[in-house]
Design a binder for this molecule. Structure first.
Ligand SMILES: [Zn+2]
Length: 238
């Protein structure tokens, strides 16, 4: 069973003997019309006389893999969070979709604190993990949530019971965002999106020193990690 949209599309491309790009374009078009990811893939499968039920994505396994990555190492998780936070705020092609970011925050709150190790991850390792998390989270929201051309409109019929709370949180936060509101990633208060700074409300932003990335992400999703204390070194060694 596939874990990411890319794997699933590749499988369909192989089975149907159609180039990946053609399949991807078709899926994008169907999803823009409000069809779900799995629905679109199965639609194309049937069109090519393939067994639709073969094309599944296991949402629970996606969450398990994401949790495994985020539990690996505390500093690495901070770096991933920082990159995703920047990407969700960016406006260009690099933009990380807000629903996927909300799913990330939900995943982060489900895991116990990651161990803080002394090993320093190479930037390549962190980049690889970040790319994987992006793929997992964008796939996850496309499976858990029901979509229309306007974006997330509810919880998908396919959503497993164990992940319905995640889907509901993503839906609720996305709806608020569409209405011009944002949920502060630190305190969880709902604020006007134009008043946020670095994904936080102005109160939280003011209370956290901009240079102190550790403390900043310690407070992400309202988690209290004060027991870890402050780190001494703040420089990013390559
Ligand atoms: Zn706040």
């Amino acid at each position: 069973m596939s874990l990411t949209a890319r794997d699933l599309l590749q499988k369909l491309s192989n089975d149907a003997g159609i180039p990946y790009q053609t399949i991807a374009k078709k899926v994008n078009r169907l999803m823009a019309q409000g069809m779900g990811l799995l629905e679109s893939v199965r639609d194309i499968a049937i069109e090519h006389k393939l067994k639709a039920s073969k094309y599944q994505i296991d949402a629970e396994k996606i969450v398990q893999e994401a949790e495994k990555i985020l539990r690996e190492d505390y500093t690495q998780t901070l770096m991933i969070s920082a990159v995703l936070g920047q990407m969700v705020e960016s406006r260009g092609k690099e933009k990380f979709p807000a629903p996927a970011f909300f799913a990330y925050i939900e995943t982060l709150t489900r895991i116990p604190d990651a161990p803080r190790d002394t090993r320093s991850e190479s930037s390549t390792e962190i980049e690889e993990r970040t790319t994987r998390i992006i793929e997992l989270m964008t796939t996850l929201v496309s499976v858990l949530c029901e979509w229309s051309e306007k974006g997330v409109i509810g919880v998908a019929k396919d959503c497993p019971p164990s992940l319905q709370d995640v889907a509901r949180a993503v839906f609720r936060k996305t709806k608020l965002l569409q209405g011009g509101l944002w949920t502060c990633i630190s305190c969880g208060n709902i604020v006007n999106v134009s008043e946020t700074r670095a994904l936080m409300c102005t109160t939280c932003d003011n209370s956290i020193s901009k240079s102190d990335i550790h403390r900043r992400f310690d407070q992400m999703a309202g988690r209290n990690r004060t027991s870890y204390g402050k780190t001494v070194s703040e420089d990013n060694t390559d």
